[in-house]
Write a protein that binds this ligand. Structure first.
Ligand code: TPP
Ligand code: MG
Length: 793
């Protein structure tokens, strides 16, 4: 016996019936997909496949309402990672995901465990997986949408979309979400919907009851409208009956864990609890008598997040562009025997439970993948409904766009001595001067270090972006300053607060402007190199989604000198070397940097391109006077070149990367006195050298092309007995692998402890990367050659 849900007058009954039927199907398909992957596919390695039946069930109504009713093609969505099966089931119903991919959920080439932009075929807008990041990127993507639209860059026929995140409540434990909210508030973010699947459970635990009492304050404080979806239509109707106020108060005061435990236990447990606590009220006694156990359970679990009519009403009630947080009460595992159990996060239904569930869903054996089997509406009617779903008319979710032409060369006036950081500022300053297509598509951003990373010149010319024009009182009052930064919709620089996480999420969002909004941007971000760590998960996330951006890390290494150890980066070369998809360079000289930057602007736009990281230094170096010929250019871009090639049979080479170029050259000049033919090898990208080498030894059609990798061609100039002394202002492992290419002995110098304040000579001495340290290593290499490895000990 069920308590009837009241009709909602302005919701078309036919539409509601279709949505309810399809909601059932989405619950079935997502649960079945996980069950199939775990129980019905062969697993030779014996590993559990996993999948999240409870997390998925929790969000079925919300996602069904969203995808089959609310979303428009221009909207973009980040779906909470553990709802991947629900997302894929919906795309399957819409004809955007082939059945084989569902059958291969969590298998190679099948639907991915967590929605993936790059691996899934059914139009994932934002990858998710590391909780909190998918939420925050929607905020930055909304700012980027404003940017391209206010500049008239977006296709005219394409309306502004909503940026939507459907998130688990525990994602709000991630600090990065709040960092993003503050930044969004500062920038007056619009068109943003965050829909919280508020099941009050995380992986291990129940969300603290007290926490969410504060949550809507936090949202409102940062400019969000909060729409709470708490009780469904049945419960709302029950609250209007005699004793209804007490019933509402009872549920309101019920702790999250008690409510969940009662949900798990079902009708008899609800009856006992209500009888004990409210049985003295005649209205409640009447209710308990009227309903059987199943009806009582349905009533007591009728939260708005599972009530299609309530969800549709809430979504449709928002018609303006104010950022909105929907706090939707749900039950983890709703509709499944896992519902409410405290251990349900990784819980999987047993074969018996699944068989019972299949019967309850009316799905005949053998028709488990059928789109409509077991539903009480005719397949034709449902198919017709699905054909009309607005989101279904999206076309490909990844938009195509024309790349921007990059000139053959980037101009830079090189003075000597000069640092690569200064060179970077000058190249951008030069670009800012001209009204080229390239300059128009560059958008810069920095987390409060615009001036100190030398972006000031660019910003002086191109201005700061904001949705609104701002006056500049300093200029009006004629206060002298080298920074004259106008703030307007024409600006091309996004000024962010210090949070590096936000910087990388912004770069990720900017770097997806092409596929998301049809407008390729060339994002350039700057960050103090050591603080890459501060945003590392977001940088990884950006690379994981193949967002296209360039980030310059500067200052880097102990070469920063007086600023001290907290600001001196040590391990960033290894990040550059190791992050998949990221191409990393550490140029020593400014002409190398100009060559690399030009290449990078092109690489960012290529189908097989990717993001680029430049590790730049504040150390001024005397610049070489030379012509950049094709050979040198190619070598720089391939990762290295002989500044002084070794003579045939030379027994030693000094290999360096970045700002230690001067010390390497000084040591080399001295070495020549004893070893006349010694070589001096400049490494501009340990990452590219390593990638080329790794690729060449990889079996299969992609690798072992027969062409030796660039590093092998360079090192062929040395006999196998030669030694390499490598040096870098960073972790020595960035270069020490070079010995494995041709079997050369390696003496790797670099920084292996945290730095401190001092002068460059003092710090280079202390960390063993100055010319003297290089010469010591050379002496060791020579003695070992005579006496065999270890002879110096
Ligand atoms: C950054 C990060 N930390 C930890 C995890 C592991 N993890 C996966 S889901 C989860 C809890 C999620 O709870 P909630 O967001 O409430 O989602 P629900 O399953 O309840 O819908 C955790 C800790 C993760 N995916 N990402
Ligand atoms: Mg949760």
């Amino acid at each position: 016996m069920l308590l009837a849900a009241p009709a909602t007058p302005h919701l078309d009954a036919d539409r509601l019936a279709c949505l309810r039927a399809l909601e059932r199907k989405v619950l079935w398909l997502s649960t079945w997909m996980i069950h199939h992957a775990n129980h019905l596919r062969a697993h030779p390695d014996g590993l559990k496949v996993g999948g999240h039946q409870a997390s998925s069930a929790s969000v079925v109504t919300l996602l069904t309402a969203l995808y089959l009713d609310t979303l428009r093609p221009e909207d973009r969505v980040a779906v909470k990672p553990h709802a991947s099966p629900v997302f894929h089931a919906l795309q399957y119903l819409l004809g955007r995901q082939p059945r084989e991919h569902l059958e291969r959920f969590r298998a190679l080439g099948g639907a991915q465990a967590y929605p993936s932009r790059t691996k899934d075929v059914d139009g994932v807008d934002f990858s998710t997986g590391s909780v909190g990041l998918g939420v925050a990127i929607t905020l930055f993507a909304s700012l980027v949408q404003d940017y391209v639209r206010l500049k008239g860059l977006a296709p005219a026929e394409r309306p502004a979309g909503r940026l939507v995140a459907v998130l688990g409540d525990a994602e709000l434990d991630e600090g990065n979400v709040f960092e993003a909210m503050l930044e969004g508030w500062k920038h007056d973010v619009r068109n943003l919907w965050w829909i919280v699947d508020y099941n009050r459970q995380s992986l291990d635990a129940f969300v603290a009851d007290r926490l969410f009492a504060r949550m809507d304050d936090i949202f409102r404080t940062t400019g969000f409208r909060v729409v709470v979806l708490k009780y469904g239509k049945r419960l709302e109707a029950a609250f209007l009956r005699p004793g209804g106020d007490a019933l509402r108060a009872w549920i309101d005061e019920c702790s999250n864990s008690r409510y969940a435990a009662l949900t798990y236990k079902g009708g008899p447990a609800w009856r006992r609890a209500l009888h004990d606590d409210l049985g003295h009220l005649p209205g409640i006694r009447a209710l308990l008598e009227e309903l059987d156990d199943a009806g009582l359970h349905t009533l007591m679990t009728n939260l708005a997040g599972h009530d299609m009519a309530s969800v549709l009403e809430a979504f449709r009630s928002v018609t303006d562009d104010a950022p909105t947080c929907f706090l939707a009460y749900t039950i983890k595992g709703y509709g499944l025997p896992l519902a409410g159990h405290k251990d349900n996060h990784a819980g999987l239904m047993t074969a018996e439970q699944m068989a019972t569930f299949r019967c309850a869903m009316g799905v005949p054996e053998g028709l488990e993948w059928d789109r409509f089997a077991g539903l009480d509406l005719a397949p034709d009617r449902l198919a017709a409904f699905l054909r009309e779903v607005p989101f279904g008319r999206s076309g490909p979710r990844t938009l195509t766009y024309e790349p921007v032409a990059v000139p053959e060369r980037l101009a830079v006036s090189i003075t000597s001595p000069m640092s690569t950081r200064e060179g970077f500022g000058r190249i951008l300053g030069e670009l800012a001067r001209g009204d080229t297509a390239l300059a128009r598509r560059i958008v810069t951003t920095s987390a409060d270090v615009t001036i100190s990373t030398n972006l000031g010149g660019w910003v002086n010319r191109r201005g700061i972006f904001d949705r609104r024009r701002h006056p500049d009182p300093f200029r009006e009052l004629q206060v002298n300053s080298v920074q004259s930064w106008s703030v307007s919709p024409e600006g091309q620089h996004f000024e962010l607060g210090i949070a590096e996480h936000n910087l990388f999420l912004m770069l990720a969002a900017m770097g997806l402007a092409g596929p998301l909004f049809g407008v390729p941007l060339l994002p350039v971000g700057t960050v103090y190199d050591p603080f890459i760590m501060r945003g590392l998960d977001a940088l990884t996330y950006a690379c994981y989604q193949n967002a296209r951006f360039l980030v310059a890390g500067t200052p880097s290494g102990i070469s920063l000198a007086p600023e001290g150890g907290a600001h001196q980066s040590v391990t960033t070369p290894l990040i550059g070397l190791g992050l998949p998809g990221l191409t990393a360079f550490e140029p020593g000289y400014v002409d190398e940097l100009a060559t690399i930057l030009r290449w990078a602007f092109d690489h960012l736009q290529r189908p097989d391109g990717g993001p680029v990281y430049l590790r730049l230094s504040t150390r001024p170096l005397v610049q070489p006077v030379r012509t950049m010929d094709d050979r040198l250019r190619t070598d720089i871009l391939s990762g290295g070149y002989w500044r002084i090639p070794p003579v045939p049979g030379a027994e030693l080479a000094i290999v360096y990367a970045g700002a230690v170029a001067a010390d390497a050259a000084e040591a080399h000049a001295q070495v020549l006195e004893d070893i006349p033919g010694a070589g001096l090898l400049a490494v501009t990208s340990y990452e590219r050298l390593h990638a080329g080498w790794a690729h060449s030894i990889r079996p299969g059609p992609e690798g072992r092309t027969g062409t030796p990798p660039h590093i092998a061609r360079l090192l062929e100039a040395l006999p196998p007995s030669a030694a390499l002394v490598t040096v870098i202002d960073g972790h020595p492992a960035a270069l020490s692998w070079l010995g494995a290419v041709q079997g050369h002995r390696v003496y790797p110098l670099g920084v292996t402890r945290f730095g401190q304040s001092g002068t460059i000579p003092e710090l280079y001495r202390a960390c063993g990367i100055d010319a003297e340290a290089i010469l010591d290593a050379v002496a060791m290499a020579r003695s070992e050659r005579i006496g065999g490895r270890g002879a110096h000990q």
